[in-house]
Ligand binder design. Structure first.
Ligand SMILES: NC(=O)c1ccc[n+]([C@@H]2O[C@H](COP(=O)([O-])OP(=O)(O)OC[C@H]3O[C@@H](n4cnc5c(N)ncnc54)[C@H](OP(=O)(O)O)[C@@H]3O)[C@@H](O)[C@H]2O)c1
Length: 358
């Protein structure tokens, strides 16, 4: 069955003298692996036809597309926990969209779904690889932010590894980012004193005035991050949720209390380095021994079997107003690469999304 969108997006090609109606699909492919900071040159836009649907497939029109720092790691052939993107192939990431055609009993035209799909306006995909979302419970975009992998990352990293207790000091770096702002708010729910580190005065203002963080450090404005953090944490640090690595984390680790916990979530400060010599710092072993601190890396998918309970908790906190969230939404498919590049310049507050269609 063809939907309205299909009719509006029709274009024509002539093959062997026959006029054929195709639906136009724009895609973004990885043209080259970035060396250092990615640039526009690493991406290429391509227009192709939407393939005919196979049995069990649905056609999903992209509404919101998520750009994420971890994607930088996939734009490299270095060994990681996910395989690299292949050159000249469509990039992939999380998307929320609408089913506009269905050859599956699982989903109907009009259903809203999310899943890991291509950076393109339309994805033809087996219905079992996408999950239906409820747009009456929360706005669609939130399934890519607080109710998506972002919220789940904050939830498991903080609660499973960080285990904050009432009255403890929790420090989070990248605090005004997608994961960071959820971490801080869950820590507040657990009764901790929360200190956020972020890179602009508007982000600091948001953390303090809207989210009720107890103290903040603008790492781009202070002369000495360690000194500023020490002032913000007079009782030391019990949990350091690490989103950024680099000198900010060196400062935080030097202020740990005994038995502190460090969920190592991300190291964005090192994602664009071209040599390991550009990412050095104090060795952590003596500190970990002296404080008996726990430092543990994690990947959110490690917790896949527990996503349902976590999503339910996050949804409950959201509905109760205990968690707020913020998104930076850029309009237009043509702006996807720029939105991605903006993550490394701190352009986003909360989750960076691209709105591709209504
Ligand atoms: N382990 C997992 O499963 C998992 C899952 C999701 C995300 N992550 C990681 O978690 C971290 C946060 O992800 P997110 O999606 O929430 O991104 P995000 O924080 O919303 O966006 C990135 C932010 O990082 C900060 N930043 C950029 N370059 C920096 C640098 N050199 N030093 C310090 N801060 C820098 C910027 O904020 P400022 O203006 O404050 O600098 C920027 O806005 C990332 O490292 C990501 O890779 C891990």
């Amino acid at each position: 069955m063809h939907s309205i969108e299909l009719l509006h997006n029709k274009y024509f090609t002539i093959e062997k003298g026959k006029v054929i109606q195709n639906m136009k699909n724009e895609q973004i492919i990885l043209k080259s692996y970035p060396q250092g900071m990615p640039t526009d040159e690493n991406f290429e836009f391509r227009t192709v036809s939407v393939p005919d649907l196979q049995d069990e497939q649905v056609l999903v029109r992209t509404i919101y597309l998520s750009v994420d720092p971890y994607m930088r790691g996939r734009m490299s052939t270095a060994k990681s926990y996910v395989p690299p993107y292949q050159l000249n192939e469509v990039l992939k990431g999380y998307i929320v969209g609408e089913v506009v055609e269905s050859k599956s009993d699982r989903l109907l035209v009009g259903d809203k779904v999310t899943g890991e799909l291509g950076w393109q306006r339309y994805n033809a995909i087996d219905a079992k690889y996408v999950r239906k979302v409820d747009s009456t419970f929360a706005p669609l975009s939130s399934y890519l932010s607080v109710l998506g992998l972002t919220g789940l990352t904050a939830y498991f990293g903080l609660l499973d590894i960080g285990q904050p207790k009432e009255g403890e000091t929790v420090v989070v770096s990248g605090a005004a980012g997608a994961v960071g702002m959820v971490v801080g708010q869950i820590a507040k729910i657990k009764g901790a004193r929360v200190v956020g580190i972020a890179g602009s005065s508007s982000k600091i203002k948001y953390l303090e005035e809207e989210l009720g963080f107890d103290a903040t450090v603008n790492y781009k404005e202070v002369d000495n991050v360690r000194r500023a953090l020490k002032e913000a944490c007079p009782s030391g640090i019990d949990v350091y949720f690490d989103n950024v690595g680099g000198p900010i984390s060196d400062a935080a680790i030097s202020l740990l209390n005994d038995y502190a916990r460090i969920p190592v979530c991300g190291a964005i400060s090192a994602y664009n380095i071209t040599s390991l010599k550009d990412d050095f710092g104090p060795r952590v072993q003596p500190t970990l021994i002296k404080t008996r601190a726990l430092m543990k890396g994690f990947i959110v998918s490690d917790y896949a079997s527990k996503f349902k309970q976590a999503a339910s908790d996050l949804g409950k906190w959201l509905a109760e107003g205990k968690i707020k969230y913020q998104e930076t939404v850029v309009e237009g498919f043509e702006n996807v690469p720029n939105a991605f590049l903006g993550l490394f310049k701190g352009q986003n507050i909360g989750k960076q999304l691209v709105k591709v269609s209504e």
